[in-house]
Each structure stands twice: as C-alpha cells, then as structure tokens.
Design a protein around this ligand. Structure first.
Ligand SMILES: Nc1ncnc2c1ncn2[C@@H]1O[C@H](COP(=O)(O)OP(=O)(O)OP(=O)(O)O)[C@@H](O)[C@H]1O
Ligand SMILES: [Mg+2]
Length: 597
C-alpha cells in the first residue's frame, strides 16, 4: 500500500508547499489562514497566525481540535453565537468572528486542518455569504497537499527500493541491524559467507562483537564474532552506523571458519586466552576454578605455550587482583643476584649494595602474587631459602636480623621436567611439592591444532591493528599449511609469524602461500628440507673456495627468520639440526645477536 509510511507528521515533508498555499489562499479569499498538523502544531499562518509557527496550540483551539477529531468540516459563521463557542471560557478574548475548518484527510487519517478565519466584520460577512465556495476552494487545496505528500512518499519508497536492489547485487556482504540487533536486511553475499538462508536469519536477533576488544575505534576491517541462534562465525568487516541502522559491511575476503559450538560459553574473564579446543576449554575452566584458592600453582608447558598469560589470568581472577603481580624470571637473572632480588637487603649488606638497601620481590608482592618464571633455573641454595620463607611466611632481607611477615600466593612456571630435575638432584623435592600444590599443564600447539585458525585470525587482527593496517584476508591454503605445521615455538611462534605476515602483505591483498617463510611451507621435492639446506650450506662453508655469496645470504636468512620466529636459540638449533655452539658461532658471524634469549 502506497501510504504505508504515512505518519501524522507527514505534513512536515511538504512545509514549503503549505507555506506557499497559505499565502495564496489568504490573498484570494481575503481571509486569514492557519494550518495545523495532527498534533495541533502550527505549520503556517497569515496575519496574527504568522507568529509562532512550529508551536503547539493551546486548549482554546476548540474548533481546530473538533475538526481533527471528527475528521469533518466545520463552518462557524458567527463565532460567539455558535454552540461550540458558547461554553468557551476564553470567549471574551477571542478575536475570531467566523471560521471554516477543512480536514486534510488521507484515507481515514487526518493529517491536519486548513482553517480560514474572519477577524473583521467584512471578513465575517464574506464567510457568511460565500462559505460554500470558500470551503470548496480550501478542500481543493487540501487535495493538492495530499497528492504532494503521496508523491514524496512514493519517491522515498522508490529510493528505498533502489537502494535495496543495489545492496542485493553487491559483491560485498551487507547486513543491516536495527538498534536491538534484529536483522532488517541481509544480502545474498552475506548469506553465502554465513552459510545460511534468508528465511533462517531475517528478523532474527544477532550479535556482532569484535574478536579483539579494543577501546580505539579502528578504520578498515577487523574480525568480528557473528553469533545468531547457536551458530557463530568469525567474519572480517566493519560496522558503520547509518541513521537508526547498524550496517555490517563484510570484507571481500573471508576465511571459511566457523567457531566451535559453544564459544560464548567461555568464561568472559579468560576470553583473552584464545583457544576453544577441548584441552584449552578444560584449562580455562580450571583457571576459573582455582583462581581464588591461596595454594601454589605450578604451570608447565613448552616454551611459548602461554604459561605467563595463564599466570596473569589466575592473578586477575583471584581476590588479589587489586594487589601486585610481581614476576621474576629465574633464567634471566644471574644466580648470584637472584637472592638479593627475591629477598632484598639492608644498607651495607655486601660490597656494591645500594646505600639505601633494597626491598626484595617477595616483600614487594605482599598481599599479591609472586610469579617465579623458569623456576627450574633457581640455584639450589636459593631454593632452600625460598622454602624456608614459604614455610615460615616471612622474609629476612640479606644483612638484616629482622624478618617481615608476608602473605603471597606463588605461581611458578617451567618448561623443564622438574621430576627429572628432582631425580637428578638439581631441584629440591620438598620445594617442588610446595610449589606444585595445583599443577597446571599448558598443551603444546601441535596437540591442539583445532585452535590454529582461531589463533591465526586473532593475531593477524591484533598485529594489523597495532601497525594500523587494515585486516588482510588469508587464503585458505595458507591456513591449511599452518594447520600442517608442527609449531615448535608454539603460540609465540604463531604470533610472530602473524606479525611478519601483516607487515609483508601488500595493502589490500590476500596473505597467500608465497608470503610464508620456507620453514613453514611443506617440503617439495626436489626442494631440500630446511635442515638439509642448512647442512648443504654448511658443507659449502667447509670448502671456502666453492661457497658462494648466495649461499651465505641464504644461511643468514634462514637463521635470522628462525630466530625471529622462535625467539629461542635452543629451538632454532633443534629446528635447523645444528648444535647450539654452532648456532652461536653463526649468530656472531652474521651479527644477529639481538634476537631471542
Ligand atoms: N592462548 C593464547 N591466547 C592468546 N595469546 C597467547 C596464548 N598463548 C600464548 N599467547 C601469547 O603468546 C606469547 C607467548 O606466551 P607466554 O609468554 O605466556 O608463553 P610462555 O609459555 O611463558 O613461554 P616461555 O616458556 O618461552 O616463557 C605471548 O605474547 C602471549 O600473549
Ligand atoms: Mg614465559
């Protein structure tokens, strides 16, 4: 129906026409004219009615109200004697001597009133003698208004239809949501990306949330979790607001990825730990369960699996979250300094000690959490001292004869096998049991390959945002290769690779397999494996006269790339199949010392 969008305020759409006709009508009829809308708002007027256009009229406008409500014409040839005026308390102040009111009607809807008013005796006489002709003329004007409104409406309808047609044929997926999140329209491309039909989604409530929550509004595409019913998908695109509508414009390149069912059931407090594989879900559930306990936690896992983010999540979820989280990396601090770092010292405690003394990390963590990273590297003498401190719940700084009570929760982490260390006498069994009251194991990435897609998207999104690049698409065969790869450096390696890829992908292009470093691409025959390649290269280096510059460059690149990706020299040496000493020699030779630990 053409008037489907007709509202009582439709007259506003033709305000200029109304104003023009008001003046014309007043000139021809030699009367004053006033036009109001359905809410008694003055739309136009002449003489004293020219003032206060846009204002809602008061209760004394009985005649206008009567026309609006009854939707019929009203002619009053002598105002004060008309029964409708007889009961008006404002009668003595009324300057109107006669009145003709014509409703502006569209079907059964009254949009307003055209009124012609006599203020002088002459005008009153004119109405009295010619009221039929005047009414006919005003009625004619009313039909002009109506046809004008219908014209505007159908133009708007035409425009809407044209836009909907345009959106429907776009190669870009578009979803329009109202302010409640209900799907108002969705085009064919969007349905294809979502693998869904119009019937299933039209009018349904959906949620579109950024995968990486950020406070900074970003331009370009980002990753969104698109949820409706019990389905979820990661879609890259951008949200824009147009009037009342939220438009989700999908990126042209989408990776075919659906989140595992039940993604939203993840405890929101550990949602930044990405991974929905069964072991990761179990890990997140465990973190949430044990976070509030005061017992010590020992986190094990290979390098780069996320031990530190687990430790921080436990602290964040505990009731110590407002207190300090103090971390010490036992592998990074020389053995002889670890004691003073952990326990602190008083002034003059030893040669070289600061004149003011120093508060130790255990004391600094009082009330909070102490994170002993790489605890396997703690020297045995210090282990004994730490055990004493844990058991007595107090610390004695070096050189002090006073002890200070401390209340700390200890979370330790190690990539080493502490059972073996205990067996070999490298780690104290009693401390080990103290530290591992709650043992937590973070699985290696190769043991949870179903998380790879999610992590790749997460890190590409994260790093693209960090360097303010638009989110690049990823070719499906890239994802396939990443799933095949073994990930010796675990999540850290994947994050570094994603960072590398967002840096090297040309703007607006897809990340394709040509951008993957050779170590990640599957070995192709007769292409040698990285290990062989390096051995080949080494062989050539043994014979300087045959070693070419190209081979040197290649070796340097391979080592450099592996150091950047794995950030761990032991892992690099293992991957390349060379001894750690050889690796150090080559790092020195190529000046690559600023990589990794
Ligand atoms: N599940 C995950 N979700 C999001 N980011 C992760 C996840 N796991 C690891 N990371 C990220 O990978 C990097 C390495 O993680 P982290 O430092 O916690 O590893 P680690 O196990 O402590 O490694 P190492 O043994 O080498 O110290 C960090 O940048 C971390 O934020
Ligand atoms: Mg760590």
């Amino acid at each position: 129906m053409p008037f489907s969008n007709l509202t009582p305020s439709a007259l506003k759409q033709i305000q200029p026409t109304i104003q023009r006709f008001t003046k014309m009508l007043a000139n021809i009829m030699q009367l004053e004219v006033e036009i109001v809308d359905a809410d008694l708002v003055r739309m136009a007027g002449t003489g004293p009615y020219a003032k206060s256009v846009g204002v809602t009229l008061n209760n004394y406008s009985r005649l206008l109200r009567h026309v609006l409500e009854s939707k019929t014409e009203k002619v009053v040839v002598r105002s004060r004697t008309d029964p409708m005026c007889a009961s008006c308390t404002d009668r003595s102040n009324c300057m109107e001597k006669a009145f003709i009111g014509i409703p502006i009607l569209v079907q059964d809807v009254c949009l307003g009133v055209i009124s012609l008013v006599a203020l002088t005796d002459e005008q009153q006489k004119r109405i009295e003698e010619n009221n039929r002709e005047i009414s006919d003329y005003a009625r004619h004007i009313s039909t002009i208004f109506v046809s004008k409104i219908v014209g505007v409406q159908s133009n708007a309808d035409e425009l809407t239809q044209m836009l909907i047609g345009l959106v429907d044929h776009m190669d870009q997926g578009v979803v329009g949501l109202d302010k409640n999140g209900q799907v108002k329209f969705i085009n064919a491309t969007a349905l294809e990306h979502l693998g869904c039909t119009q019937e299933k989604i039209a009018g349904r409530l959906v949620e579109i949330e950024p995968l990486t929550p950020t406070k900074i509004p970003t331009q370009g595409h980002s990753q969104y979790i698109f949820s409706f019913a019990d389905k979820q998908a990661i879609i890259s695109g951008q949200m824009i607001k147009v009037h009342e509508l939220e438009l989700f414009l999908m990126a042209y390149h989408q990776s075919p990825l659906t989140l595992p069912e039940g993604h939203s059931q993840t405890d929101p407090r550990v949602q930044h730990i990405i991974g929905e594989s069964p072991p990761m879900r179990a890990l997140k559930a465990l973190i949430a369960r044990i976070a509030t306990s005061p017992s010590s936690v020992l986190i094990r896992g290979e390098s780069g699996t996320g031990k530190e983010i687990v430790a921080r999540a436990i602290h964040q979820l505990s009731d110590r979250q407002q207190q300090a989280f103090v971390a010490i990396n036992c592998a990074a601090i020389p053995e002889n300094l670890q004691e003073s770092e952990l326990f602190g010292y008083v002034k003059g405690a030893f040669t070289g000690a600061s004149a003011t003394g120093k508060v130790g990390l255990i004391q600094a963590a009082n009330g909070g959490t102490l994170f002993l990273d790489e605890v396997g590297d703690m020297p045995l003498t210090l282990q004994a001292k730490l055990l004493r401190a844990i058991e007595s719940r107090e610390v004695q700084p070096i050189g002090s004869n006073k002890s200070f009570p401390v209340d700390i929760r200890i979370i330790s982490a190690t990539h080493q096998n502490l059972d073996d260390f205990v067996a070999q006498g490298k780690f104290r069994g009693d401390l080990y049991y103290r530290l591992s009251v709650i043992p937590i194991s973070v699985p290696a990435l190769r043991e949870r390959k179903s998380d790879i897609d999610l992590l790749v998207h997460y890190f590409i999104n994260l790093h693209a945002k960090r360097i303010s690049n638009a989110y690049p698409g990823i070719a499906p065969d890239v994802l396939e290769q990443l799933r095949q790869y073994n990930w010796p450096g675990n999540v850290r390696e994947l994050s570094n690779l994603a960072e590398y890829l967002v840096n090297v992908v040309p703007p607006g292009e897809l990340i394709d397999v040509s951008l993957l470093p050779p170590s990640i691409s599957p070995p192709q025959t007769p292409r040698p494996t990285e290990k062989n390649k390096l051995q080949e290269t080494q062989a050539n280096f043994c014979e300087p006269e045959t070693g070419t510059k190209m081979l040197k460059t290649m070796e340097r690149q391979i080592i450099e790339e592996a150091l950047f990706r794995l950030e761990n020299k032991k892992l690099v040496a293992d991957e390349l199949g060379i001894g750690i000493a050889t690796l150090y020699r080559k790092i020195k030779k190529y000046g690559l010392s600023n990589f990794g630990d």
